[in-house]
Design a protein around this ligand. Structure first.
Ligand SMILES: [Zn+2]
Length: 434
């Protein structure tokens, strides 16, 4: 295994309170030593690769708690290999794969398949999320205990809400036993039925069926009430509405165990992205209004929203190159996530350290996984970022099979240049030789 010394980068590790120039030595796949100060670690052994990170930033590898890797079952959209390759390019070293595969990850056999495949072919660590209900049909609880033992770190029927409140109550009760969160895809399926974009003036103009903000807000409120009733751990996925942010803020004040995530597209763009029937802006929950974008940013600022996840949802070209009503929901998110998120720092919404928290140790803590920090003895998961690098988003150059993004042509600044997972270089756009 390669030994790597990353020298003189600006290290930001919020969990250890490090925000200074320093050096990190990776040995045996672990963080062997971290120390503050220029040239604070020197090595004479020529077998150790030395990366000069002067004027670059060094962070714990990003942790994405919400992704769709599509395997098993939808390998034409993405595979564990291509998905994790794209993740590595985005600076991620850990990703959580949602269970809406074919078959659904609702039992330990599927969980074990994903874990094994990721170990063999993956470019980052993959932590599966198990389904709450069998077949994600919302009728009967899945084998949560067996899946937890097999490697699942959370439970969700993501892609679908758990319509039956009693089933959701039971899942939250079980979550206490497993110390894993129940992740809510908050959508009142009756209110959103047939909807393809945000409900409002624009949907009327375009003649498209709308999904009202209340479809999300009502379900968030129900799940918060069930979390209060059970004492279980609720995590709300991809928060997109001002009302949703408000409900979670109130619940946290009341001491209810709820955490939340949002995604770069919900704080970067509005429903205007679907204008012209652009299917690359079709996502679930839908892109909302400027008021919602501002509320999501406020929620990130005051820690109502704990984490930033991608909801990476790659699709085959044919699933998007069709009429808007029939197009699939989703954005291929890994390869633009950091560069969009760093805009929060440029805009004064978050400090750099707080942004990194939301992409590393916060999601790791929610899922109780030992990731998201550069502490000595921990996994050698690191991303080196060039904050000055500017580039144009070219979806055709995505490593993901999914080229579906509403950010094509955007000029972005700040880009991962080197990603290391357990001491192995998984993406190198910097030295080109490691
Ligand atoms: Zn979802």
């Amino acid at each position: 295994m390669t030994e790597i010394l990353i020298k003189n980068g600006h290290i930001t590790d919020p969990l250890q309170g490090i925000d200074a120039v320093g050096c990190v030595l990776i040995t045996g796949g672990k963080i062997g030593k971290i120390s503050v100060g220029a040239d604070s670690i020197n090595v004479s052994n020529p077998a150790i690769s030395v990366v000069n990170a002067t004027e670059l930033f060094v962070f714990p590898g990003f942790v994405d708690m919400h992704t769709h890797l599509r395997e098993p079952g939808f390998e034409y959209k993405e595979t564990i290999r291509t998905g994790t390759l794209a993740a590595a390019k985005g600076g991620f070293t850990s990703v959580c794969s949602m269970p809406n595969t074919k078959p659904v990850n609702d039992n330990e056999t599927v969980t074990e398949f994903i874990v094994r495949k990721a170990m063999m072919e993956g470019y980052c660590d993959v932590f599966p999320i198990g389904a709450i209900t069998k077949g994600q049909e919302g009728k009967e609880l899945a084998e949560m205990g067996m899946m937890k033992t097999a490697g699942c770190v959370g439970f969700s029927d993501d892609g679908k809400p758990v319509v039956n409140s009693l089933i959701m109550r039971r899942a939250l009760e079980y979550s206490k036993v497993f110390s894993s969160p129940v992740i809510s895809h908050a959508e009142d399926a009756f209110l959103s039925e047939g909807g393809v974009m945000n409900e409002g003036y624009l949907s009327t103009i375009l003649g498209l069926r709308g999904i009202p903000a209340e479809a999300e807000i009502i379900m968030i409120k129900r799940d918060i009430d069930l979390a209060a009733l059970t004492g279980g751990r609720l995590h709300v996925a991809h928060v997109s509405t001002a009302g949703g942010v408000r409900a979670i803020r109130e619940a946290k004040k009341d001491g209810i165990k709820v955490t939340a995530e949002t995604c770069p597209h919900y704080f970067s763009i509005t429903e205007d992205a679907v204008n012209g029937y652009n299917t690359n802006g079709k996502v679930n929950p839908p892109l909302r209004t400027q008021k919602d974008v501002e509320a999501v940013r406020e929620g990130l600022n005051d820690d109502t929203i704990d984490a930033i996840a991608t909801d990476h949802a790659p699709h085959h070209r044919d699933d998007k190159m069709c009429e808007f009503d029939r197009a699939a929901f989703g954005i291929s998110g890994f390869e633009t996530a950091f560069s969009l998120s760093i805009r929060l720092v440029h805009d004064g919404v978050l400090t750099l350290s707080r942004l990194i928290r939301k992409m590393t140790c916060e999601p790791a803590a929610i899922l109780s996984i030992d990731k998201g920090t550069l502490r000595e003895g921990g996994d050698g998961d690191i991303v080196v970022v060039d904050m000055e690098a500017t580039f144009t988003v070219e979806s055709e150059r995505f490593l993901s099979k999914g080229k579906n993004t509403p950010f094509s042509g955007w000029q972005l600044k700040g880009q991962p240049v080197l990603t290391i997972n357990r001491g192995r270089v998984t993406y190198d756009n910097f030295t080109g030789r490691l």
